[in-house]
Design a binder for this molecule. Sequence first.
Ligand code: HEM
Length: 469
Amino acid sequence: MPAIPGPRTPAQLFRVTRAFQRSLPEGLEHLHDTYGQVSAFGLGPTRTHFLFGPDANALVLGNEENFRFSGAYDMLRPIAGDTALVTTDGEPHARRKRKARPSFHRGGAEESTRLILAAIDEAIDRWRPGQYVDVHGTLRSAIRSAMLRQFCGERLAAQEGPLVAELERIHELMDYPLPRQLVAWKLPSAARRRALAAIAAVDRVLYEEIQRRRREGDPGGRGHRSGKGSRDLIAVMLSEDGPAMSDQEVRDMVVSALIAGYDPVGSGLGWAVYNCLNTPGVWQRLRDEAHDASSRDTSSGDGASAARGRELSYTNWAVQESLRTHPPVVMSPRRCVRSFRYQGHLIPGGSLVAVSAYITHRSPAVWAQPDRFLPERWDASREGHRAPTPFEYLPYGYGGRRCVGASIASVVLPTALSRLALRTTLNLRTRHPQFGGIPALIPRDGLFVEVEAPPVREGAGGVLTRGPR
Ligand code: HEM
């Protein structure tokens, strides 16, 4: 049986480590380009077997029994908790996912869209011509505020400042480059102490809210009805529908939704703005489509914006294409229960295994001109169009472990992108953004745009007017 390829000499190990230190996609690309579709890298319990391509995705993601989350996302355990979706498997995982579902499906998606659009509008209203704005950072903050309100309710959203400061301290460590992060979680360090203290502070706030709602027989929490009668995630987890949840299960679900929610949505929207501004003609097409949709849309209120998301076909292609070139979740790790053979190699039971949407989405074996941003490739009426299989295009993962927030993100992203195209005239200033981030792919040093014109405002009757200069 041939040895599993991978770096062995000090020079090879140095090159791989340096690539991962630069960014997760660069580390994965280095392994793929140097060692092929199967390789192994790392020491002791962190040694990981990297399997690349659609066949590997089908084997690993399509076989939940043998490829488990438990033991794969251990780095997230101190944050997400022992009962979180990302740290559990089997029946307990399925039960908790079912319980949370009402927050994430249709009503939840519309509520998210309404809250996120309101927060984005508020941010855009402050933009003035000539100003330089980190569009990714701004959108991420707007999305974070909206999700805090949606998942935790009005009362905790009112304490946003301190809560956000703690959440960001946790993110600081989660976004360390992989080699540094593996060490940082294990050894005492100032960053680890800060992250653990921040987790304890978030826990205090959440447990107090959960216990207060239970004590007062008010699972919804005062002021939870922030829109069309929808309930926040704490309310859904405390509700009498379905199995009862412990305080820890409620806490772990809310923390997971926050940390797994606003970062990838911010990433997805940020990269979509970048790709659309960076490709000639695309922003104008988005804007034309947004104008048509807003002039056709005679309804007022929040549901309309979500519905628009579905009718914005070009905008939807642009989002799909951006999730292909820049998938927010770059890699999916699993712990394999039993040994298995793959492409002539024996991978021992108990190993860490990882597949990658990023590598698959950029593979020339699957995509023509994989590095080019071409929204039209999603046009099903185009000659030669071939829809990708679920293992060739997987921004939200696959199967029973598919992203719980996918239905939210797939409405929010096109709707918010269309809103930005309708309201703003931006000049891209960051031409070559560097990759950063681990749980979500982010532009490491921000994504700067220059605001060229005052934001367009939607007045009474949907009339569009320019804001102040
Ligand atoms: C563009 C936005 C998003 C993208 C691209 C994305 C991507 C993903 C992917 C690829 C997975 C599967 C990971 C794996 O197989 O290892 C996943 C899982 C998950 N996502 Fe998302 N996500 C997004 C938004 C959200 C939102 C808004 C939420 C919260 C509301 C969320 C919560 C979760 C959770 C809790 C899981 C674990 C599911 C499970 O283990 O069953 N995500 N996401």
